[in-house]
Design a protein around this ligand. Structure first.
Ligand code: SF4
Length: 738
């Protein structure tokens, strides 16, 4: 709620207070011989523009204040944004420095092969050169058919990293462009942080996002922070935890460090880094035993009616307790599972066999009990390095949220997800929360602390080697026809996406242009980490880093530097000269890589939407223009693809139609709103925007870039931009134009 106490009131009172102190002789009087002069340092503005913080995925709102000359004079937390309610953490408080900063790049910079310094270049020159290099690398590394003789139409010579710092519309266009070019080594920073969490959340709850809004954590009775440290990493969201604590909630911190969150917690358990999965496994075992001993303390209706706990699994199923940590069906050659024995036993009516007593040895509940039997307090203590007494205390606190009128929240971040077992860890959190019926209740759920501001949006919009926008599976070598692919991905979503990408060149007669898309090989990893390895191996010749900084953000800075040094060319978009752009300046690095450093706009120097960790899509408005010649990534992507279309129309190339027939009706500087409309989708004949997923069609009459975002830009307008831009944001504000 907006405070009734305005800054004008504050200044009146503080002025009066100062007068009081002066009268009392606490302030020194004027210095003799020096004429007193009033200096009004209060910021002035004539315009207020709302934006969203670009530093992490909380989605905090900010207001940009600009004066009559268009200068950015101040930025403050937006009091009407429900996430931060007007507050700004130390990172957010420095937001103005992204624009008012003498280190911002203002010109295109180019490092020639082996050169020791940058040269300033024009955008026109850069787009032309980059387009030529992309074409040369793409065509030389093009794989029309794979080793199995299947048509895959991909290039393995170019990688694209980044996207989590971009707006959704930029991510969407990036995904569209990269697929048309046949690039399969493409990934955003989500791979390094949130991707494992999103996979586990989708497998558990059907959607790749956390279960609640951040504000809802204020309704929890117990909050279990598994190393997330929101007090420092997510300060705005921590205020909602604080609200819960103010209402009597217990905060438990399980962390290898005594953090500021731990300092605020009622219970702190020091546990080894990376041992979360064992800790939660122990909690699952405790809760299962307690459910059997004291069912009245748990919401048995939820467990038996709303989870799979009561469903009976195929009698041939064997789990880790039977097979020394493995599940039945493991193929040691392909390192994959044949899951044919993992299905539910079906009754004669085709429905799964149910045992609501939860005693059938093959029901999910009993199989879980068997699997987690070895997670004893002794084992948890030995693995996590915590005392059994501390562990028992956490068990008692958190299991108490299993009562129907209680809610428990699990908060987690990279300490849970940035592991090879990240997806399994988050899946274990989900299992625990379902056993405790902490799903679908206010204050209960899984709260994922995402890293970069649009890490969720990048994943939603297909900046990922294995997902297209809307989490449609990226096609692989087995998807030999559109029909084969659509039977897995869903024909309505798939046809609508291809209509958005290939327009009139996509029809039922050509499988909606499905053949244009690149296909990956099975059991091959094209992710961020492997892209770095393939650069180091010399297989990848050219790379893009879209606001990404692999020299800093990837696991091994030295390896990333050496990998970049092997490239023929590297394109970096950034506001500053990042470590990645300047990798060749590092001591001991010898490299012939040509580097194009393209200056780009910051989040409030352009418009577009951003999706926070709990999937609120919020619109960022443009408050000021970027200084110098910096452009938005939307303009960079659009200009580059336009150049490539011209190049391929003139010179051709393998699978060139994937590029030349791509529907790219935007100008070189497209409006984010136009791209957002395409993402939302529309009926092709009437150009009416889609209002609901039910509007999707498999017959090619609908175009929809991201079925997940239907409803974001309807016939009523941009639903992401409904935050008011007129009227007084602050009653009694100091605006010069008031
Ligand atoms: S908590 Fe995150 S999103 Fe909010 S102001 Fe701080 S850095 Fe920005």
């Amino acid at each position: 709620m907006r405070s009734q106490f305005s800054r004008r009131d504050f200044l009146k009172i503080s002025g009066g207070t100062a007068g009081l102190f002066a009268t009392a002789g606490l302030f020194r009087g004027p210095i003799k011989g020096v004429e007193p002069k009033m200096v009004d340092t209060r910021p002035r503005w004539v315009k207020e523009t709302t934006t969203i913080c670009p530093f992490d995925a909380s989605g905090c709102g900010f207001i940009c204040y600009t004066d009559s000359a268009g200068n950015l004079t101040n930025m403050e937390g937006d009091p009407d944004n429900p996430v931060n309610r007007g507050s700004a953490c130390s990172k957010g408080a420095s937001l103005i420095q992204l624009h008012n900063n003498k280190h911002r790049l203002e010109k295109v910079l180019y490092r020639a092969a082996g050169a020791n310094d940058w040269e300033e270049k024009s955008w026109d020159w850069a787009f032309g050169e980059i387009a030529k290099k992309v074409k040369a690398s793409r065509d030389s590394g093009f794989v029309a058919k794979n080793a199995a003789g299947k048509t895959v139409n991909r290039t393995e010579a170019i990688a694209s990293l980044g996207g989590a710092t971009l707006d959704n519309e930029e991510c969407y266009l990036l995904s569209k462009m990269l697929r048309a070019l046949g690039i399969v080594y493409l990934d955003s920073q989500a791979r390094l942080s949130t991707a494992s969490s999103l996979e586990a959340l989708a497998a558990s709850f059907g959607r790749n996002a956390m279960t609640n809004s951040w504000t809802d954590v204020s309704n929890a009775n117990v909050i279990l922070d598994m190393g997330g440290n929101p007090a420092e990493n997510y300060p705005a969201c921590f205020s909602h935890l604080g609200e819960a604590m103010g209402k009597g909630a217990e905060l438990i911190s399980v962390d290898c460090r005594l953090t500021r969150t731990a300092a605020k917690a009622g219970t702190f358990v020091a546990a080894r880094s990376g041992s979360e999965i064992a800790f939660i496994g122990g909690l699952i075992k405790y809760v299962i035993s307690d459910i059997e001993a004291h069912p009245a303390n748990y919401n048995m209706t939820y467990i038996t009616e709303y989870t799979t706990a009561s469903m009976v699994v195929n009698s041939n199923f064997k789990g880790p307790a039977d097979l020394d940590g493995m599940f039945v069906g493991y193929n040691t050659a392909s390192h994959s599972y044949d899951q044919s024995n993992w299905n539910f036993t079906k009754a004669s009516n085709g429905e799964p066999v149910i045992d609501k007593t939860l005693t059938n040895p093959n029901c999910v509940f009993q199989l879980l009990k068997k699997q987690y039997a070895r997670y004893t307090p002794e084992m948890v203590s030995a693995t996590c390095g915590c005392s059994q007494a501390d562990f028992a205390k956490v068990c008692a606190f958190f299991a108490a949220t299993g009562k129907a009128d209680k809610a428990g929240a699990i908060v987690y971040a990279m300490s849970s997800t940035q592991h090879t077992s990240g997806a399994q860890t988050v899946r274990a959190y989900a299992v625990l929360q379902m056993l405790l019926a902490n799903i679908g209740v206010s204050g209960g759920g899984l709260f994922a602390l995402g890293g970069e501001s649009n890490v969720q949006g990048a994943a939603d919009n297909g900046v990922s080697w294995n997902k297209l926008p809307g989490y449609l599976s990226a096609p692989n070598e087995d998807d030999t026809t559109f029909a084969a692919y659509a039977s897995k991905a869903g024909d309505q979503s798939a046809a609508s996406l291809l209509k958005a990408w290939y327009g009139s060149n996509a029809s039922s007669s050509n499988g909606f242009g499905f053949g244009f898309l690149p296909k990956t090989d099975n059991n091959t990893n094209y992710s961020y980490v492997n892209a770095i390895k393939q650069m180091a191996a010399g297989k990848i010749k050219g790379a893009f880093a879209w606001g990404a900084n692999p020299v800093v953000e990837s696991a091994a800075a030295g390896q990333a530097t050496q990998a970049l040094a092997k490239l023929d060319w590297l394109v970096v978009t950034d506001m500053f000269e990042s470590e990645t752009a300047a990798f060749w300046k590092k001591d001991g690095v010898t490299s012939q890589t040509e580097v194009f450093l393209l200056p780009t706009a910051c989040s409030y120097e352009k418009e577009g939407s951003v999706t926070n960790a709990d999937r609120w899509i919020q619109w960022r408005n443009k408050a000021v223009s970027a200084s110098g010649e910096a452009k938005s990534e939307l303009e960079v992507i659009s200009s580059l693809l336009s150049r490539l279309q011209t190049l391929y129309q003139g010179e051709s190339g393998l699978n060139a139609e994937a590029i030349t027939k791509l529907s790219w009706t935007y100008s070189t500087n497209p409006s984010a709103a136009d791209v957002a409309k395409e993402m939302n989708g529309y009926k092709i004949s009437s150009l009416q925007q889609l209002e609901s997923p039910e509007d999707l069609r498999a017959d090619g009459t609908v175009a929809c870039g991201n079925s997940l975002y239907i409803g974001s830009f309807t016939n009523a307008g941009n639903q992401m931009a409904r935050r008011e831009q007129t009227g007084a944001f602050h009653a009694g504000g100091l605006g010069a134009g008031r």
